[in-house]
Design a protein around this ligand. Structure first.
Ligand SMILES: *[C@@H]1O[C@H](CO)[C@@H](O)[C@H](O)[C@H]1NC(C)=O
Ligand SMILES: *[C@@H]1O[C@H](CO)[C@@H](O)[C@H](O)[C@H]1NC(C)=O
Ligand SMILES: *[C@@H]1O[C@H](CO)[C@@H](O)[C@H](O)[C@H]1NC(C)=O
Ligand SMILES: *[C@@H]1O[C@H](CO)[C@@H](O)[C@H](O)[C@H]1NC(C)=O
Length: 501
């Protein structure tokens, strides 16, 4: 072999080595599906508890009135959607059927539906739609909101343990099949109707989340076939996540106050058919768990889930504090905003939500990091192309790029020169979870009088952490330090909040 050929081979080997070193990090254990990533990015959305309870002043409708009770005098689902867009939400989830069993859509599975009440008959006579789920789906599309449905597994209307004396002898007196296999068939039919729903113009309704509440106040034991329900959802709505106590796609966070644990792993070991874990488990999850099932932070704007005349919304500052402890700890915020008896979102509710928006945006819109700033890293993943995984990738605004290092490195830091003196009071950090959750320890440090001062110390990172400092720190240089990780850390985004001084 001629010398020329050998050097060519060496060159080729070297090139292949570099090309290989530049390959992206392998996925670490469990990774989210695209539907889960899209759900994370929905971040803040409304829960709409609306139905007979709105009119009977109940939370769990045991009174079992006929559908005539459902009588919103000025129902306007466009008003709901517009209000939610205006206050910065990205989606909404409606109780298509709550525990009382009365269906808001025009189902053929039961007589117990609003379509069989006077309100619907009067609308039908005027040629107006009375399918509340379809009406809201149309409003969601019109205003560019994502749409989801809640379909209660527990159904008082079908539960033999719950009295329905008022409905005896009426067309609403239906077989008491809750607790038997026949109820799984009924539930499957109801779910199938919802996930195959079409708008009046024939277009399909795309759902992003379906909520299967685990609550029950009955002695009747029922073995739900969650696998079957999931299969129906996957077949017809592959982009929708299924919420259940333990998933399969999104889990309960362990409280209904919208508060995530400070340590929040996106994985657990349980499946939907296993009992909900107790204690801190739903909140913290399990590090390196078998299933990727992130937590959702759900809470209420008012004391009840349904609208009640004697209740008031909480304050904007309370909502902002909840936001920091929900989405700020990698758990998207599902906030219940119940429509009133007229079928509108009340002005007092909109005022509280607007105040929350003002506080949230006033905090977030003081970004100090712009793509042009000088950013450096303790090390960068080696290879021919130093820009592919360099620290500038953490401030380029893309969800597909990130700063990382060689596979063997579990700790490291990135440092940003803010270019001026600033009063810093917030930091946002996102891990590139598309390739798995890895980081278990991090700090945010500020250069103060010539030395580094740690101002935030965190454990898990995940989709997105937002930390608001109790007092601003005066600095012109900041850094993110990854102090513990189970695989090479991938930092997708860093943002620093404050004002220049
Ligand atoms: C409502 O559903 C019934 C069947 O349950 C059907 O006959 C009727 O056409 C539907 N009405 C509308 C407006 O969709
Ligand atoms: C649950 O549903 C699945 C899928 O339809 C089916 O294969 C399975 O037999 C059902 N399980 C029970 C206990 O009925
Ligand atoms: C930031 O948000 C606050 C509160 O909503 C607002 O008053 C201010 O005009 C906003 N500033 C920018 C630059 O968007
Ligand atoms: C280096 O990586 C960046 C980002 O992935 C890419 O845009 C660019 O084309 C790459 N350059 C070369 C020479 O491969």
């Amino acid at each position: 072999m001629a010398m020329k050929d050998i050097s060519f081979l060496l060159l080729l080997t070297g090139f292949l080595y570099l090309a290989q070193a530049q390959s992206p990090p392998a996925a670490y254990l469990r990774t989210p599906t695209q539907r889960q990533l899209d759900w994370f990015r929905t971040e803040y959305y409304a829960f709409l508890h609306f139905g007979p309870n709105t009119f009977t002043d109940e939370e769990w409708g045991r009174s079992q009135s006929t559908p005539d009770v459902f009588n919103p005098t000025g129902l306007d689902t466009d008003q709901w959607a517009k209000a939610f867009v205006d206050i910065g939400m990205k989606g909404m989830i409606l109780t298509a059927k709550h525990h009382d069993g009365m269906c808001l859509w025009n189902t053929s599975t039961t007589t117990y539906k609003v379509g069989n009440g006077n309100w619907a008959k009067q609308r039908a006579a005027k040629g107006l739609d009375f399918d509340v789920v379809r009406m809201l789906a149309a409003s969601a599309k019109k205003y560019g909101l994502r749409f989801g449905v809640y379909l209660s597994p527990w159904d008082i209307h079908r539960d033999p343990a719950m009295s329905k004396s008022q409905l005896k002898g009426t067309i609403f007196d239906e077989p008491q099949i809750f607790g038997t296999a026949a109820y799984n068939d009924l539930y499957t039919s109801q779910l199938t109707e919802l996930v195959t729903m079409k708008l009046a113009d024939g277009s399909a309704v795309n759902l992003y989340e379906v909520w299967l509440d685990g609550a029950s106040g009955s002695s009747t034991s029922m073995q739900f076939n969650f696998t079957r329900f999931r299969d129906v959802l996957r077949t017809h709505q592959p982009g929708a996540v299924m919420w259940g106590d333990n998933g399969p796609d999104v889990r309960y966070i362990g409280n209904e106050n919208g508060i995530a644990s400070t340590t929040n792993w996106h994985t657990i070991n349980l499946t939907p058919d296993q009992p909900l874990g107790s204690g801190s488990l739903p909140g913290t999850g399990v590090r390196d768990g078998k299933n990727f099932v992130p937590a959702e932070a759900n809470s209420r704007l008012r004391p009840g889930w349904f609208w009640h005349a004697n209740e008031k919304p909480t304050s904007g500052s309370d909502l902002f504090s909840r936001w920091l402890q929900g989405p700020g700890r990698s758990a998207p915020m599902l906030l219940d905003v119940p429509p009133n008896k007229m079928g509108l979102i009340g002005q007092d509710d909109i005022a509280a939500l607007s105040d929350f928006k003002r506080l949230r945006e006033g905090f977030l819109n003081r970004t100090l990091i712009t793509p042009g700033l000088q950013i450096s890293a303790s090390s960068v993943r080696s290879g021919a192309n130093a820009t592919a995984y360099g620290p500038s990738r953490a401030i380029d605004g893309s969800v597909d790029t990130y700063w990382t290092m060689d596979d063997s490195q579990m700790t490291g830091s990135v440092e940003v020169d803010l270019g001026k003196n600033c009063a810093v009071d917030g930091v946002i950090v996102q891990e590139h979870i598309a390739l798995g959750q890895r980081i278990g320890g991090w700090t945010f440090d500020a250069m103060v009088s010539g030395s580094w001062k740690t101002v935030v110390t965190g454990t898990s990172l995940g989709y997105k952490r937002v930390e608001k400092l109790s007092s601003a720190v005066q600095t012109s240089r900041v850094r993110l330090r990854i102090t513990q990780s189970n695989a090479v850390p991938l930092v997708q985004n860093i943002q620093v909040l404050g004002v220049s001084v």
